[in-house]
Design a protein around this ligand. Sequence first.
Ligand code: MLT
Length: 330
Amino acid sequence: MHRRTPLATLACLSMLGLAACGGGDADPAAYPEDDITLVVPFAAGGPTDTVTRLIAEPMAEELGAEIIVQNVEGAGGTVAAGQVADADGDGYEVLIHHIGMSTAPGLYPDLAYDPLEDFKTVGLVTDVPMTIVARKDFEPETLEELATYVEENADTVTLANAGVGAASQLCGLLIEQQLGVDLTEVPYDGTGPALTDLVGGQVDFMCDQTTNTAAQIQSGDIKAYAVTTPEPIEALPELPTTADAGWSDVEVGVWHGLYVPSDTPDEIVEKLTAALEVALQDQNVIDSMADLGTTPVPADQVTPEAHTSKLQEQIDLWTPIIEESGVTGG
Ligand code: MLT
């Protein structure tokens, strides 16, 4: 893993001063002394960006520092994760990522980072349900009709996602396996832009998080068939579960967590964890998440230990499924 050489750090320090040069030399006790960049691995306006901007404001207030949200798209979220893995462990570059952190090792044989070794976990954030949605004039009216239509038109149906490594791609893979088809996938830099095309009718259907689709489902701008949770969700009570339609293997929750580079001092991680805890207890965050079909994780999961345990369990779950599918990101 490339890191700034000592000579380069010395040169930077002599010219720009400690805060601008980052590095583990930052004083954990005084942290934060500068703006914090919160890196989002997908395009602005999508579900990950939405969750990020909800928690950024109360976290910034608690930390007493500006939090700048930076969207770094590409390769299903792995470009952003690689950037943060390679950043200085000074607490000024933080990654938010979701289930894609656990699917990347199976999808990218030459992944530039190890999700468990190259990061410290800060805490879990929220576990977002997914919805199977389509352009509003798509012919199928129910999940059962969707199954029949897709099986009969597999060579023409288009399935949008946010690239190999995205939650939408994982859910799409589960749908293709459920139906025994190999569809034309249309990748975007995030499901924000994908949803724009779905509303515009440029693509047929996709699986995406309620934090992106709930409003368009409720307004009727897109058609919805099911949620991928074991039980129906309060924000979209009319939607059956995938299991109701016999798609029991298409069950996935998009869990999110915060990460920092592995050499970040524990004292800085603790401050970030504490700020995340406060943010997830903020009533505006709770209410906004509820409107978007999700909730903050329980307080006992807003810890590095719970987060690491979730990440390990999910890597162990998805890696064999993905390797069996033969899908790779390159
Ligand atoms: C996004 O924020 O665009 C989504 O999380 C992409 C995805 O993982 O499907």
